[in-house]
Design a protein around this ligand. Structure first.
Ligand code: ZN
Length: 462
């Protein structure tokens, strides 16, 4: 079997993955700024990095996965004014919305999920360190800035030159040494939340939060830092600047997921509401939405359309149906097998499209085996399919996706069987009005009846 290779934005190449400590992997993923309901653009990152995490776990690694919550930010403060509730209520409300969306899409909860406001002490300690070694300064206005000219290297991830960087038009040089210096800490404005520091009350800059939290949970140097493409500059460049200026090795591999696009552009605000996770879950099930979001390679743009989502869901249901039929024939849930071909695809910088081609082929061969009654082949193919789906977080037998308890499933089974018997009885006595009415009601409830050799089989779906 091949060994894992990953693409790093810092080297712009695919290279064998070597953990710092054998058998262990530390990952930091930039989490949400909790100021609105999550849309699929936000959640794609969570799904992509969850696939990475699940694959590392399946490969035998002990994974520590950190995803932070940015719970203080200008946008949160604006939302608080707009919604007429305290800023912390805004943060809590949308943090819960994100947690629910991640759960609905079977994204594993992070090992630790630090909130920025809970780590101000670590941020102050980092600033003290940076001021002491001359890479940051507090000019007396309550702000603290990073001195970008003091850095040994800067902008290597985005491959830019400092001299080419256009300073912001409103850059104020009253306090900044260089217009490109960025704020680690922002002085308190009247009425805004603030925390005390040796340089005055204020609140953290976004970049500082991630450097301090990654250090707190993963140490000075760790394996993988992830985030969306749009975070490369300035966010990740500034995380690197702060952390390296502190003398830390920071992240060895940088992984960035591409965007969800609509009409070739980064997801537009106008479509934002209809592409919220809660809205899309009215159209498809969580497992289907996850399948769709995870289907493109993480470094490829995912061009969203409702038609593509529907088509992807139909395709997924065929694979799911194969697994359910296999379970009935085998008399048990299929095994979780990692086939070498699937492993090779995942080890090749998480080549999910190649993995999906393997899954489709296995399901096709499995269906052929069902037709010919080759039980050994059904066991083999179903195991390969289920094992692969499990790594992609789309195992239909995962308890997360069960629509109800075993008891309620049994009750529903009984009721649907009864309805089907009544329909058969009505047809037998040529009472077609009744038999049609029963069929229509079953269809309206979103229940699909499939006639199989073992009698009718039903599935609940949208
Ligand atoms: Zn970050």
């Amino acid at each position: 079997m091949s060994a894992l290779k990953l693409y790093s934005t810092s080297t712009r190449s695919v290279a064998p993955f070597q953990p710092i400590e054998a058998g262990k992997v530390g990952i930091y993923l930039c989490g949400a700024t909790v100021q609105a309901n999550p849309h699929i653009g936000h959640i794609r990152s969570g799904v992509n990095f969850d696939i990475l995490r699940r694959w590392l776990i399946a490969s035998g690694f002990d994974v520590t996965f950190i995803r932070n919550v940015t719970d203080i930010d200008d946008k949160i403060l604006h939302k608080a004014v707009h919604e007429e509730i305290p800023w912390w209520a805004v943060a809590m409300k949308y943090e819960r919305a994100f947690t629910e969306a991640y759960a609905a899409l079977n994204v594993l909860p992070p090992t630790y999920e630090p909130r920025a406001t809970g780590h101000v002490t670590q941020m102050v300690q980092l600033m003290e360190r940076l001021i002491a070694n001359g890479s940051a300064y507090a000019p007396g206005n309550g702000d603290v800035y990073l001195d970008v000219r003091s850095l040994k290297r800067y902008l290597t991830l985005s491959n830019q030159k400092l001299d080419d960087l256009q300073p912001a038009e409103d850059a104020d040089l009253t306090y900044k040494k260089d217009p490109r210096d960025f704020a680690l800490w922002k002085a308190a404005k009247p009425g805004d939340p603030s925390w005390p520091t040796p340089w005055g009350d204020g609140r953290p800059g976004w970049h500082l939060e991630c450097s301090a939290m990654a250090h707190a949970y993963l140490g000075e140097e760790f394996d993988i830092h992830g985030g969306g493409l749009d975070l490369i500059f300035p966010h990740h460049e500034n995380e690197i600047a702060q952390s390296e200026a502190a003398g830390w090795g920071f992240a060895r591999t940088w992984m960035h997921n591409a965007w969800v696009t609509t009409a070739g552009e980064k997801m537009s605000k106008s479509l934002g509401n209809s592409l919220q996770v809660v809205e899309l879950l009215k159209r498809v099930r969580g497992i289907e939405l996850r399948w769709y979001l995870g289907s493109a390679h993480y470094r490829s743009m995912l061009e969203f359309s409702f038609e593509a989502l529907e088509e992807s869901s139909v395709g997924f249901r065929r694979i799911e149906s194969f697994l359910h039929r296999s379970k009935e024939i085998i008399g048990a849930e299929p095994e979780l097998t990692i086939a070498p071909e699937f492993a090779d695809a995942m080890n090749d910088d998480l080549a999910v499209p190649a993995a999906l081609a393997f899954i489709s082929e296995q399901a096709r061969l499995g269906n052929t085996a069902i037709t010919s009654g080759d039980k050994a082949a059904i066991v083999l193919r179903a195991g390969n399919v289920r094992g692969a789906l499990n790594v992609l977080g789309c195992d239909p037998f995962d308890a997360v996706f069960a629509t109800g308890s075993a008891a309620s499933t049994e009750t529903l089974d009984g009721l649907i069987s009864l309805a089907l018997q009544q329909r058969e009885a009505a047809r037998a006595r040529k009472d077609f009005a009744t038999s049609d009415a029963i069929r229509d009601t079953i269809t309206e409830l979103g229940i699909t009846i499939e006639d199989t050799a073992a009698g009718p089989r039903w599935t609940v779906g949208r």
